[in-house]
Design a protein around this ligand. Sequence first.
Ligand SMILES: NC(=O)C1=CN([C@@H]2O[C@H](COP(=O)(O)OP(=O)(O)OC[C@H]3O[C@@H](n4cnc5c(N)ncnc54)[C@H](O)[C@@H]3O)[C@@H](O)[C@H]2O)C=CC1
Ligand SMILES: O=C([O-])CC(=O)C(=O)O
Length: 320
Amino acid sequence: MSKVTIIGATGRLGSFASHAISGIPHVDEVMLAGRPGREKSLMALSHDLTDSCAARGTGTKITWSTSPADYAGSDVIVVTSGVPRKEGQDRTDLALENARIIAPIAEQIGKYAPDAIILMITNPVDVMTAVALRYSGMEPRQVFGLGTHLDSMRLKVLIARYFQVHVSEVHTRIIGEHGESMVPLWSATTIGGIRISNLPAFSDLPMDEMVDRVKNSGSFIIKNSGATVYGPGDAIATLVQTIIGNENRILTVSSYVRSEVHDIGDTCIGVPARINREGVVPVSIRIEDAELAAFGASVEKIRALTRNIFEKMDELRSSG
Ligand SMILES: NC(=O)C1=CN([C@@H]2O[C@H](COP(=O)(O)OP(=O)(O)OC[C@H]3O[C@@H](n4cnc5c(N)ncnc54)[C@H](O)[C@@H]3O)[C@@H](O)[C@H]2O)C=CC1
Ligand SMILES: O=C([O-])CC(=O)C(=O)O
């Protein structure tokens, strides 16, 4: 029996992610969670998703709750609660506002579902993963964020199109911040198992344009359609399936890094990590000098922002 809870389920991303998760094999229950006052919306969504499961012929049970006590028994808890950015904003602009929303949610998860695995989505996702880790009191392996998994998928599609190959032939990773300082690992990019730099077309590859397109993907979609929904929603479902199916895949997610990448760490940031039912553990890697310098800068940026948010949260709490 597997139960997956989505906190923030009435939101644009939360509702589509709930739909995607309800189709994962061996997910028996999807619980839609939200704040008191959202009962009608949660109930209506649960009816709609139940109809969807009936139409797809799946037996997934859809439940809903506004009580954190009902987080109990969850194997995975996906958190999408919080404010999304508006056109012109950077994800980091949301840090304090969303930390104030995520901290109490994380405390309730730590209280009622201390054995669950938390998948953090709320932006800025690296900082919110650290907030969830701190306030849930859970172990680092139990708390991770969507990180640069979606960015890696966005880059993968661009590379596949350029080389006119099926996406499954491309392996690539973006590490670091889910944001401006993200770092593409061209040294870890292969096509059909061949390192990309060994292919003749590599010298003409518009690498900077491709990375800019990935960096601007979220803001482009938000500007023109209001929110990113299907890309992150299906990426969330992939991660949930990897946990529930105990798949041991290595995906690039925001995880607490100690020393796995050239001893740089003490922050939550996007790195390759092994994911299974026990949770998420970063994989030790060595990368090229230029990539390392960029990753170091990205870690410093996120570590400084995270510390700043922790200090502000401490001040807010001590002033009542
Ligand atoms: N990491 C990633 O790749 C992605 C992250 N996101 C992030 O996910 C979050 C949600 O995005 P959307 O679903 O588009 O937003 P939305 O506005 O449609 O939904 C927000 C959800 O949060 C809840 N919420 C808002 N304020 C709250 C509060 N004070 N306490 C408790 N719950 C509250 C709302 O009830 C709603 O369920 C944003 O922070 C967004 O930036 C979105 C897409 C991709
Ligand atoms: O861009 C945003 O704010 C939402 C997000 O993180 C993404 O889709 O990459």
